[in-house]
Design a protein around this ligand. Structure first.
Ligand SMILES: C[S@@+](CC[C@H](N)C(=O)[O-])C[C@H]1O[C@@H](n2cnc3c(N)ncnc32)[C@H](O)[C@@H]1O
Length: 249
């Protein structure tokens, strides 16, 4: 981090967590920042679309690229639709909770394999005042404990390639949970597994939205064809890179 960046983050910390009043606790937090800990973990939450996302269990910090493409998908959906939606690889629950806020007549299953994520999702659903009758939180390795059909599956799987580990920011490797990051040697392990299994969980008009790393585009298109899906398209992020692929059953 540059000197200017650090200064900016210290100002942000002071404003967001300490309401402008520097205390001893603030000085300790500045030391954590200087040691490389992500600001969002120190502040303890982020904003994601219209939701407040607590990060006290230290799930993956929601990224602005994810926020951008999810917003685009939600903008195109009918507000009053009664959909059954799955947020698989849910982490903090940011995607599923944003969906629950935006689509008041829809229900969402939020699932993740990790205990910390299950706890974090529960905290965030409560924090955002979501009616408990509208969601289910399920600990599941991929689809193992998931049942029924969905109109939409949202997925932000771990997709960093182990081969590219050395290009990842040190603070990400040190502070963010490993199960949220890596998708095997080429990063495609979970995307392939998702595409192989998801069809059985989609309604006839069902669609999957999957976040990925732009260089994975060609391999993902091959997988979509190999698994016999009827069509696909892409959504770009705010940096004009392909970031999400949507796949029709
Ligand atoms: C990239 S994070 C995405 C978190 C969140 N959806 C977001 O967009 O910020 C991927 C999540 O997948 C979970 N995960 C990893 N392996 C999994 C598996 N086999 N089955 C289900 N979830 C898994 C991780 O625990 C992590 O929370």
């Amino acid at each position: 981090m540059t000197e200017d960046n650090l200064k900016q983050q210290i100002q942000w910390l002071l404003k967001e967590k300490y309401n402008g009043h520097a205390t001893e606790e603030f000085d300790k937090d500045v030391e954590r920042l200087e040691a490389g800990e992500p600001l969002d973990f120190i502040i303890g939450f982020v904003d994601f679309l219209d939701c407040k996302i607590d990060l006290s269990k230290r799930t993956l910090i929601p990224r602005v690229e994810t926020e951008f493409w999810v917003d685009q998908v939600l903008e195109d959906l009918d507000y009053s639709a009664k959909l059954r939606i799955l947020d698989i690889f849910s982490g903090s629950g940011c995607i599923g909770i944003a969906v629950l806020k935006k689509l008041p007549n829809s229900c969402v299953v939020l699932s993740d394999s990790e205990v910390i994520a299950i706890e974090q999702i529960r905290i965030n659903a409560g924090l955002n005042n979501i009616d408990p009758s509208r969601y289910q939180i399920i600990r599941s390795d991929l689809f193992e404990n998931i049942t029924g059909k969905f109109d939409i599956i949202f997925a932000n799987p771990p997709y960093i390639s182990l081969k590219n580990q050395d290009q990842i920011q040190k603070s990400v490797l040190k502070y963010e949970p490993k199960p949220a990051l890596f998708g095997g040697d080429d990063g495609l392990l979970y995307i392939e597994a998702l595409l192989a299994q998801a069809k059985d969980f989609l309604g006839d008009q069902g669609k999957i939205y999957i976040e990925f790393d732009p260089p994975q585009e060609n391999e993902i298109v091959k997988m979509i064809k190999r698994h016999g899906y009827s069509g696909h398209g892409f959504i770009k992020d705010q940096y004009n890179r392909l970031r999400c692929v949507y796949v029709a059953k």
